[in-house]
Design a binder for this molecule. Structure first.
Ligand code: NAP
Length: 433
């Protein structure tokens, strides 16, 4: 089907999916990669990330052919809608892409475009690696001890963990009714009269939402987390839930998570119970231990026992909160990268939002978007390009050539604009190659 308002680059080839369930891709040396700059600071960090990713591709003998597509404000200008079919089609056709942040109005207005993109493209896993880059100021005294979930090497001096957040269900499913509507009163009547929860909801105005957590959604997320732990030689996967209170949703998430571990992985995976009952707490060298923690406890544990955790697997809302908390420990939103994955599909995106007050000022830190791009390149198998990006970012920060957010926290830093910082990182890549 032809695109309505965007052009496919004349040069470049398509990344083909060979085996979706195994995430096996056929990646040409000159792929076409769709990109959404996004709202607010997206127009600053998007081009900056492109500059760095291009430098890494060229330094490793490859070439990226960008296909700019639109969502949010820029889509409204061109298409008069928030999420045009052109954009969805591009990600479906080319399978691997990257996006900047998109603004979501609070309370009223349209629903989150980020959630819509993840659901429409069935990007059911949101992965956020958390590793500390030397020189980045951290609010914790020992960021070196954080080592939870990672896409990267696990060196001793690195804060290094990965969160796996379910992306398509939970309270993010968007099943909710506004106070004062006929619909919400119908739901209230159903809950109270037919389901027997009378005197549970206070009288007067109420908003009601539904929290679906399915066996299907849980198991495919936990599988991705365990596969990641096995492939990257990590020690543990922790199921983070609030099942003590929400027994049939978050409690079910925990139970289904353990079912996957016990029924699908044989001796490669061992549960914490078995570890203590049968092995006196001594984990086998080559097995991944699956355990679980209640979410509020986990928020403490990432601060107090960071070194005990590797990979966290969580329902959608827990994942949103916890991955931001982890990001704070490695220096905040300007640094924290992420990516969404489906089967044979990746859409990288930074953790941060559109920070409208800084939009268009060439001021904010593009590192989060750059490192999100690094995850995308690694998913494509370009590990050498990913390593160059990581090293080049580290060089810039070690030299104290940084954007405002880092500069305000260190002594003697040189404050650079977004584009200047990206040029420094791109130059570092060329020097390191
Ligand atoms: P935000 O846009 O992430 O910004 C919050 C603060 O974080 C900024 O004021 C800034 O702190 C810091 N920050 C964010 N990005 C930074 C960067 N690249 N470099 C340096 N500092 C950065 O969060 P928000 O204000 O809550 O959300 C704004 C909009 O973004 C909302 O509409 C929200 O829904 C949306 N959002 C979108 C996504 C997404 O697209 N995936 C994610 C989250 C939020 P200082 O002011 O201290 O400098």
């Amino acid at each position: 089907m032809p695109y309505e308002k965007v052009d496919v680059p004349a040069d470049g080839e398509t990344i083909e999916v060979v085996d979706a369930s195994a995430d096996e891709l056929d990646v040409p040396n000159d792929p076409i990669i769709p990109i959404i700059y996004g709202d607010g600071i997206g127009t600053d960090v998007g081009p900056a990330a492109q500059m760095v990713l291009e430098a890494a591709a060229e330094a490793t003998g490859r070439d990226i052919n960008w296909m700019r597509v639109y969502a949010g404000e820029t889509a409204r200008q061109q298409y008069d809608e928030n999420l045009p079919e052109d954009t969805l089609q591009a990600f479906r056709e080319f399978n691997v892409g990257i996006k900047g942040p998109l603004t979501t109005p609070v309370g009223a207005g349209f629903r989150s475009l980020n959630v819509a993109l993840r659901k429409k493209l069935d990007l059911y896993t949101n992965v956020r690696p958390t590793y500390h880059i030397e020189g980045v100021p951290s609010p914790v005294t020992r960021p070196d001890q954080m080592d939870m979930v990672t896409f990267r090497e696990n060196t001793e001096d690195v804060l290094d963990m990965v969160t796996f957040r379910e992306n398509t269900e939970d309270v993010y499913a968007g099943i909710e009714w506004e106070a004062g509507t006929e619909e919400v009163e119908q739901v209230r009547a159903f809950v109270e009269d037919e389901m027997g929860f009378d005197e549970t909801i206070h009288d007067g105005a109420v908003g009601i939402g539904v929290k679906p957590i399915t066996e299907f959604g849980t198991k495919r997320l936990v599988r991705k987390a365990i596969d990641h732990a096995l492939e990257n030689d990590r020690d543990s996967v922790t199921l983070v839930h609030k099942g003590n209170i929400m027994k049939f949703t978050e409690g079910a998430f925990r139970d289904w998570g353990y079912e996957v571990a016990e029924e699908e992985y044989g001796s490669e995976v061992i549960t914490e119970d078995t570890l203590w009952e049968e092995r006196d707490g001594e984990a086998p060298d080559d097995a991944v231990v699956v355990n679980d923690r209640i979410a509020d406890n986990m928020l403490q544990q990432i601060l107090t026992r960071t070194e005990n955790y590797d990979v966290l697997a969580m329902p959608n809302l827990n994942g949103d909160y916890l991955s931001d908390a982890c990001g704070a420990q490695i220096g905040g939103l300007g640094i924290a990268p992420g990516a969404n994955f489906g089967d044979g599909r990746c859409l990288a995106e930074p953790v941060h939002g559109s920070a409208p007050k800084y939009a268009g000022q060439d001021k904010v830190n593009p590192t989060a978007m750059i490192l999100s791009g690094k995850i995308m390149l690694e998913y494509m198998g370009w590990k050498d390009a990913g390593q160059l990006i990581r090293d080049a970012v580290e060089e810039a920060i070690k030299a104290k050539k940084v954007t405002y957010d880092i500069e305000r926290q260190i002594q003697g830093g040189e404050k650079l604009a977004t584009s200047e910082y990206a040029r420094v990182v791109a130059d570092n890549i060329r020097d390191l190659a």
